[in-house]
Write a protein that binds this ligand. Structure first.
Ligand code: NAI
Length: 789
């Protein structure tokens, strides 16, 4: 085709990016790669081929790391922690800055290599992945320098084990390595087996800038190597991005180990278009939302929810746009859709599409031939889909969009939230009131208004529900690589004050048994049993109801129906906590007597515990309207509002020691932040908390915000942790109990906090009245709002 012809028919001509530099780099390594350990490349060992998915050709051989390799990498990482942490923040900043500069200097090589290894269009690797990688290292260079000021009394974990997926190989690596290094950790990172090359090129950069050996170690290999890293006893913190199934396996494998953990998992993100949206922009946004990186994006806008009144028009325009998308050689600069990662992924996606059709969904794909070789798939739209269909609920991780319609904003929100996942959402409307009404109601860690797939190092990224926990980017992302120093100094919890001696008996109907507290009312335990509570001398003080599974289920239901508490103003929540403190103050003598009777504490100690509890209620009343978010300033035409949101229903297994102060120290931050709670008081000394019902009843707290079920600690805890209606759990007890809570939490991937079998000093204000428990009670939602000219 000559130039006049091109102008006439406006067809694209081929515009391939040259691969000579990348080929030369591969050749310079003999197309065989070992791992990068302790600052050097190991001799290539047995392994597997890495393939260019666009043409099926082998690019290089990658080593399957052995246990010995891993041990060496961990040893090197451990050895490097001391000197790395001894550097000043400024010195660490200079290394991160140097990495960013080198990434920019080698940007073209990185982009081409990424596209060859992964199949993504060069336009994306060149204009999105690589620039974001550089931005991430620049941003975190700044954190390295300011960390001490911004995170006083915190310290790095030590050695971080990081496992990343194949969809954004270089970018996910940057998201993991930059904050870890800034905080003073060292890392052992495993790239995905399909895409190890850019991580190995990155290792060369680390060498070029003289990063101290052992600070960054890249071990290649498959999921077995990944599992060995996560399980390794010499890892202090694990970070994983990938499928929800593997994320759950990692949570289970690390339970009880005391390792820090952050998981960034799957998604099924809604793309919500209201009738007053700018339809052409929304169509263009949708193309980006679902066909970016062939749909292999954890936050892909894979569920189109379009208002019924514009549905036909919207779908027509969308189909017309789909027909214009160009599929082909990812190195071609004019290509929109490249290759999927591997034949197995094409099969997975095809299987899910088949299932969709069997379930009645109607498939649309534009006409035209796909390239003969390579893992190419057409952009696909399914209509006639119901929310229960497999393709509407499961993460497809391919170029497949499902479309559903809604009539009202409420229906849009309920469809959007009808998912096990909660990673991202995109909301399109020209009515700012409507968009800003919807954003807080969608259960997702990121909401883009009139935009999609915006990312920046200054803005946290991460999900709600089964999309995982922990954030990457922003201050909350930095927090995930640091721990408070006090946490590292805790001593083991002393054995319980009293042996478990539950004396269960059927109640005789006479009302001296403290009941349960559910939905704002005192209620008899379902099983009709009570438990004797005795003092240190063994004498009966009182009886409490023996809660069972049914009671826990009722309490969770009450807590769920009270979730509107999170929408009340922070001022109101603050007022109610003050009121609780005031009411407790009126009755402090009575509470002190109770504590003495149960625990045998001295008069002074019991009185002190009540006084400290009043002070704690006041402290969190004071925090309720102050622990808030931030507005970030990403380098795009947007502002990002980082909102601190409650997690939802929090289960609390309160400590035996300090039966009043301990319980309130966990409960007060939870409700101050807008959560509702189901609390299991100390099994041995529950009476201070059953007396507390009256404080709750006289403090204007709406029914259901706090529910209290007394009884056998571990079995009640198990029922709570297994319950899908509970979003997070705080547990204080022995190490085995904490481990069990973490293991059982994988069912719906609850966020958990446990004392890890350690003794917490509940009187310590620096620990228990600071931000720590509020951070455990909240999650950050980043709302991207178009802003400025
Ligand atoms: P995957 O989750 O198995 O792989 C991601 C990474 O985890 C790779 O580095 C892999 O080697 C490693 N890995 C695998 N098993 C492990 C284990 N037991 N312990 C530690 N690390 C382990 O994802 P896969 O199999 O490549 O893709 C399957 C599906 O997962 C995709 O179709 C997609 O639905 C989903 N996925 C989601 C991602 C996301 O970011 N949300 C990323 C990758 C995959």
């Amino acid at each position: 085709m000559n130039i006049p012809e091109i102008f006439k028919n406006l067809e694209y001509g081929p515009a391939p990016e040259g691969d000579e530099q990348a080929v030369a780099w591969l050749d310079s390594h003999g197309r065989k790669f070992g791992s990068f350990i302790d600052g050097t490349f190991t001799k290539p060992g047995k392994g597997f081929a890495t393939i260019n998915p666009a043409n099926g050709k082998e690019l290089a051989q990658i080593t399957q790391s052995t246990k010995a390799d891993l041990d060496r990498a961990l040893k090197a990482a451990r050895k490097a922690t001391g000197p790395w942490q001894a550097l000043s923040g400024f010195e660490r900043a200079k290394y991160l800055y140097a990495i960013a500069r080198q990434v920019q200097k080698h940007a073209r090589l990185f982009a081409v290599l990424e596209t060859m290894d992964n199949g993504k269009p060069i336009r994306e690797s060149r204009d999105i992945d690589v620039p974001l990688v550089a931005r991430h290292f620049y941003h975190h260079a700044g954190w390295a320098q300011h960390i001490e000021r911004e995170f006083p009394d915190h310290q790095p974990y030590g050695v971080c084990g990081q496992v990343i997926p194949w969809n954004f190989p270089l970018l996910m690596m940057a998201w993991k390595i930059a904050p870890a290094l800034a905080a003073g950790n060292t890392v052992v990172l495993k790239p995905a087996e399909f895409t190890s090359l850019t991580a190995l090129l990155f290792a060369e950069i680390c060498r070029e800038i003289d990063l101290p050996p052992g600070v960054v170690n890249i071990v290649t290999g498959d999921g077995e190597v990944g599992a060995a890293i996560m399980d390794h006893p010499d890892i202090d913190k694990v970070a994983f991005t990938g499928s929800t199934g593997v994320g759950k396996a990692i949570r289970k494998a690390t339970a009880g180990s005391g390792k820090g953990i952050s998981l960034e998992l799957g998604g099924k993100s809604p793309f919500i278009v209201f009738e007053d949206a700018d339809i052409d922009s929304a169509v263009e946004g949708l193309v980006d939302a679902i066909w970016f990186n062939q749909g292999q994006v954890c936050c892909a806008g894979s569920r189109l929810l379009v208002q019924e009144s514009i549905e036909k028009r919207f779908i027509k325009k969308l189909k017309a746009r789909m027909a214009k998308l160009r599929i082909g050689d990812p190195l071609d600069k004019a290509i929109d859709i490249g290759a999927l990662i591997a034949p197995i992924q094409v099969e997975r996606v095809a299987e899910l599409m088949k299932k969709g059709e069997q379930e009645g969904a109607i498939r649309y794909q534009p006409d035209g031939e796909l390239p003969a070789d390579g893992c190419f798939m057409k952009p696909t739209l399914f209509t006639n889909v119901s929310p229960a269909n497999t393709i509407a609920s499961e993460e497809v991780f391919g170029p497949v969009l499902v479309a559903m319609s809604f009539r009202t904003p409420d229906e849009a929100v309920s469809l959007a939230n009808n998912s096990l996942y909660g990673l991202a959402a995109s909301v399109w409307s020209e009515n700012i009131n409507l968009a800003l009404d919807i954003a807080p109601r969608v259960k997702a860690g990121i909401v883009w208004i009139n935009s999609t797939n915006q990312f920046d190092a200054a803005c946290g990224f991460g999900g709600y529900k089964e999309s995982g926990f922990g954030r990457e980017g922003g201050k909350e992302g930095m927090a995930a690589y640091l721990r408070p120093t006090w946490e590292t100094k805790l001593k083991a919890l002393p054995a319980s004050q009293k042996p478990v001696a539950p004396k269960l008996f059927e109640t005789d109907g006479i009302d001296r048994t403290a009941k349960l507290y559910v939905g704002g009312k005192q209620s008899r335990p379902d099983g009709g049993y009570a438990r004797a509570i005795t003092g240190p001398d063994g004498k009966l003080i009182a009886e409490v109801g023996e809660g069972n599974r049914k009671d826990i289920r009722n309490a969770v239901e009450a807590a769920r129906s009270a979730l509107g508490w999170g929408n009340k103003t922070a001022h109101l929540r603050s007022q109610i906590l003050y009121y609780m403190g005031e009411n407790l103050d009126y009755r402090k003598a009575e509470f002190a007597d109770r504590i003495r009777a149960m625990t045998g504490a001295s008069v002074g100690a019991a009185k002190k515990e009540v006084d400290q509890t009043i002070e704690r209620l006041f402290a969190f009343a004071g925090w309720a309207d102050k622990y808030d978010g931030a507005v970030h300033n990403p380098p795009t035409r947007a502002m990002t509002v980082a909102m601190v949101e409650p997690i939802g229903v929090i289960g609390i297994t309160a400590p035996d020691e300090a039966p009043l102060l301990g319980a309130i120290s966990l409960l007060a931050p939870a409700i101050a932040m807008g959560n509702t709670a189901v609390l299991i008081p100390s099994e041995h000394s529950p009476l201070a908390m059953t007396d507390f019902y009256q404080i709750l009843e006289t403090s204007d707290l709406p029914g259901g915000v706090v529910n209290i079920v007394t009884g056998e600690k571990e079995s009640l805890t198990n029922t709570l942790v297994e319950h899908d209606g509970v979003d997070a759990h705080f547990y204080v007890g022995d190490a085995a109990g904490g481990k069990r809570v973490e293991e059982m939490s994988i069912h719906n991937l609850k966020q958990t906090w446990t004392n890890k079998g350690k003794a917490i000093d509940w009187a310590d204000k620096s620990v228990c009245e600071g931000e720590y428990f509020m951070a455990r009670s909240t999650q950050v939602k980043n709302v991207w709002v178009p802003y400025g000219a």
